[in-house]
Design a protein around this ligand. Sequence first.
Ligand code: ARG
Length: 472
Amino acid sequence: MSKLWGGRFTKQTDRLVEEYTASILFDKELAEEDIEGSLAHVTMLGKCGIVPLEDVEKIKDGLGKVLQRIRQGEMEFTVGDEDIHMNIEKALIDEIGPVGGKLHTGRSRNDQVATDMHLYLRKRVVEIVMLLQQLQEALIGQAKANLDTILPGYTHLQRAQPILLAHHLLAYVSMFERDIGRLEDSYKRIDVLPLGAGALAGTTFPIDRHFVAEQLGFAAVYENSLDAVSDRDFIVEFLANASLIMMHMSRLCEEFVLWSSTEFAFIELDDAFCTGSSIMPQKKNPDVAELVRGKTGRVYGNLFGLLTVLKSLPLAYNKDMQEDKEGMFDTVRTLEGALQLFAPMVSTMKVRKERMRQAVNRDFSNATDIADYLVTKGLPFRQAHEIIGRIVLYCIQKETYLLNLSMAEFREFSDLFDERIYEVLEPEHVVNARNVYGGTARSQVEQALMRAELATAETTNWLTAHAARVER
Ligand code: ARG
């Protein structure tokens, strides 16, 4: 098989070397972006008088045909042509003859591949922001339906203080809001064009990098040609952002798994999002939640893989950098797959309000509130804490709960108690007493819901501005 770069060689490449060094089996995923970049590049070559306009037309035409063949699945990619860039150039030359060889004027695969990756991630980031927003909307929907649902809040996985389920779900909305913010911020660094850096030092041709940037809708061009071809920070950043998103989903998964167990029975996930057991007929397993939790590990792995590849690499391009792709594609697939399933899993889950309520009625999660009550009567908090600790111990020994104690029993521990204590101990009261900004009181949660909806509207604005840019 003759190589496009074969002139300097007197021997064929070893077959195993060919296979080992080729990236076509995975970088064919960049086909669309590669052609997009080439179209802008060749248009610029025409505009700058580097390639005659009639040749430019032939090349654009040929690239269009190659794109069509790829889209129809008719293109045969070969390992002999190493990567997506060479495969497409070869196909172009097959299509329109030697004039196709003018496409690569003033360009290197080093700035070409970097451009492809920028184009690719720019689209994926917009998609992922959209998916995160859908997940937020699903959570907000459940939160609205559960403004009266009280469940125990936990610390150390021990019942701590009662909270509204809406409040709990909105915590995840906040986490995903930060994730959206990080992706939007990272977009600025993805939205920069490397093309024109050549192999590393620039090019001798009078190209116009800003024209190419404008064609492709990039906000800026790389300042330094060496940096342009060596930078993979934007991919590392993406993998880190993806890791955080997966970690957030994984924490929610863990809660779903726990909450759908018979022991908790706080929720029931929809049948469509669970699977059965091949041997135990009674089983309904929360597989999706478990798998998202499990796949979080690979996403972290991809981050560490790339960080390790880049560590100690001298400037500029090194073949090691071809290893930036598989992990990135895998992370995109894993993350998008998880997000797509998550939103409908959240909106279809059934909340077992009565089970949550039962749990709250049979615990001591209102203990802090009696302590606070004694404090309002003038007792130092530390003494109040001690007294309530003894009351809780008394209840445990008697196998009862705080609300069941008689006035006389309360008064044995402190004569500061009066009838109002029964009201203070009611779960609704306990929840609504936490009436601080960001707290679980219903009025606070209603306001938080409104703010969350405003934030998703902001995301819509961002998406509108950026989706248009990516699609042109
Ligand atoms: N397949 C290569 C990669 O993904 C493209 C760049 C190759 N450049 C080179 N000088 N061999 O990194």
